[in-house]
Design a protein around this ligand. Sequence first.
Ligand SMILES: Cc1ncc(COP(=O)(O)O)c(C=O)c1O
Length: 322
Amino acid sequence: MTDQPAYPHVYFGDRWASRAEARVPVGSLAMRYGLSVFEGIRLYTPATGGLARPFLLAEHLDRMAASLRAMRFPDPGLSDLPGIIDELISRNAITQDAYVRVAATPLNAGTLAEAARPEWSVTATPMGRKQWLAKERAMALSISGWERGSAAVHPPAAKNIANYAGPRLAWLEAKDAGYDGCVLTNRHGRLSEAPTAALFLVSDGTLRTPALTEDVLPSITRAWVIRAARALGVAVEETALTRREAYRADEAFLCGTGLEFAPVASFDGHPCRFHELRPLTRQLIISYFQEVRTTDGPQVPTAARTARDSEQEVVHGTRGRR
Ligand SMILES: Cc1ncc(COP(=O)(O)O)c(C=O)c1O
């Protein structure tokens, strides 16, 4: 996924350790039943340089709390996490954009009904822009027949590792068929999300995304996009969407913490109308990178700067560093 090695210092259980020491026992509930809830958190370096800082940390901690509750895990100490992440950044001297993975994993042994005793693992990996932003590529997506599990299969809001097994098969199938990835449908055959990212469509000037009741993870980037688009004066609807609405979209994109943004060129071979211009997608991407690089916390996106050079400057973090 990345060509740079992961950072060596990790927090595991209740202490700092090397990556080699952070091991999950083969008889643990985690290994036996696929139990481990996690958050992926982006670290961004401020425009002024220096150590990287977590973006939207409070939102990630809230969702971790919801995952723990949904999976009936006791809290391994959520209030310690901000300090652990700060120390992770300083121990590893992280001065470039990176990705922190926080997991609460039951390492205790037992059979199905054993009470889980989760332990933290907190690790970091260097992570810049993915190819979609780095190389300005747009994704050719399929709309998969594979379903995102409903609340009757598992709680969609619980970010537990086992929930990724089926979506992974959908992604592999899409790649084998020559697509860059896929959007999963839900039990009603409507659009839900990509295996690790939220979906947005733009048509007739309105930004639309599947509602949280459509079996999607409450994505933090999705919530950011909704806020940012409204601040830009764009109408936003959280609603039920069908594949036909994807086929007639003017623009579309996937978004998520790790992915950031990936414009969509087509769904099942149906090209998005503005698949090269993508005015709203571009504007949101610029607003996002302006905000993540701001030292004094979030700013309201105001700039409707669409020129290619300013986009490059903001997205690739070269602004203010020359
Ligand atoms: C299933 C799923 N949906 C959506 C997302 C995007 O969520 P977020 O923006 O909180 O990273 C992710 C990524 O974590 C995910 O795993």
